[in-house]
Design a binder for this molecule. Sequence first.
Ligand SMILES: [Zn+2]
Length: 254
Amino acid sequence: MSNSPLVNYTKLSPNHSGKRNHVIDTITIHCMAGNASVETCGALFANPSRKASSNYGIGSDGRIALYVDEANRSWCSSSSSNDNRAITIEVANNGGAPDWPVSNKAYAALLDLVTDICKRNGIKKLVWSTNKNDRINHKNGCNMTIHRDFSNKSCPGDYLYNRHGQIAAEVNKRLEGEEEVDIAKLISEMTNEQAYQLMQKAELHAKTLDEPAWSKNEGHWAKATKAGIVDGSSPERPMKRDEVIAVLGRKNLI
Ligand SMILES: [Zn+2]
């Protein structure tokens, strides 16, 4: 279990339940309902009598704070079962109710942070639904919940609520873009015929490469081409046996 490397400020809160009882498979984005800096929000969560916290906070300047280790259950969404499985994120607002908008910097940082959380926790895809029943029951892979689902609150505000689909789409685009090709697996599954084709393709590519500067400086390749010892195609590939024999033959060495 790790925390995000994107964190700029850490102020660990005593307001949490210790280790989670569920794997992280959900994201819950909140709004601060105010324009608190990550330091101000951290100071509020540092107060035990507030009995509130979140895993992360994002300020309007785009800085990201860690308040509760990802390994621990934060006190954020008015739902024990949700906060045991969700990473909770409080985002500062640069405007008021009912929209509670967030700054472009905060929004950009939110996309970066959510992408990072998904990657590190093996969440392959974000699934949003405008249907509360889908969200709270995690139907059809739905893995984004909101505070409104568990309490009579306006959180996360209309601005972020209306962008949840867009957040999922953007994060998914980034997650898909980084799907890695496992070259070792690919090669081990290849037939010998396919491997040979791959080598031939690599040789065709090598043929298109220019003669390297050191070879041009020495001038031997140009001389050999002129003398008809080689055919003049690029020296940037290994010589096949028939070609070696041809060279020797042209010099009357066999
Ligand atoms: Zn909230």
